[in-house]
Design a binder for this molecule. Structure first.
Ligand code: IMP
Ligand code: MG
Length: 187
């Protein structure tokens, strides 16, 4: 299915979800990203997904990195800028911090979406302050036009229209994370 060919499915909660990026499109792009990442960062990055939204993307990307011969380390950070709604609150909070020693590591921060850029900028600054040797960022989706801070992801899955999206780990009020595709809630 092509990017432009929008397919509607019935979500478990009963709303219609239009598919923006299908499971197959995502899988192909994840493999390409893994190739780019290993070529740029080498085989031993410290991979840090920003929970919760990136957990499915990160899990698929980690296995794709393995297919590329990488031996990454993993840690996790949980950040919140959204609360329960669909509007960013503009302030990033650490809900759960990393445990690994960051100093001297080549860190790859993974997030689901780059929107205002505040979440990724916060995470990147934090890892730099902890004396990472290098910090790169990877997002599944880049929503252009909404940047509020200076932030550009090093690796981007897809450019995404300025819609509120769900699925493949992403939620609205904790619903729809389980969907295998990225879509838009229609009703
Ligand atoms: P930023 O800090 O404004 O760049 O926002 C990035 C964070 O907002 C992401 O990690 C997501 O968790 C969340 N977010 C932004 N847009 C969406 C969306 O369309 N659906 C679900 N979460 C979103
Ligand atoms: Mg998030």
């Amino acid at each position: 299915m092509g990017n432009t060919e929008v397919m509607s499915k019935l979500a478990p909660q009963g709303a219609r979800i239009s598919v923006l990026f299908s499971a197959g499109e995502i899988a192909t792009r994840v493999r390409e990203l893994a190739t780019e990442i290993v070529a740029t960062m080498g085989p031993e990055p410290l991979v840090i997904p920003v929970l919760k939204g990136s957990f499915i993307f990160a899990a698929d990307l980690l296995r794709a990195l393995h297919e590329e011969g990488a031996e990454p380390d993993m840690d996790f950070i949980s950040l919140s800028s959204y609360g329960k709604g669909t509007q960013s609150l503009g302030e990033v909070r650490i809900l759960r911090d990393t445990e690994a020693d960051i100093e001297g590591r080549d860190v790859l921060i993974i997030d689901d979406i780059l929107e205002s850029g505040r979440t990724l900028a916060f995470a990147k600054d934090l890892m730099m302050a902890r004396r990472a040797r290098s910090v790169r960022t990877c997002v599944l989706l880049d929503k252009p036009g909404k940047l509020a801070v200076q932030m550009k992801a090093d690796f981007v899955g897809f450019k995404c229209a300025d819609r509120f999206v769900v699925g493949y780990g992403m939620d609205v009020a904790h619903a729809y994370r389980q969907l295998p595709f990225v879509g838009v809630v229609e009703s």
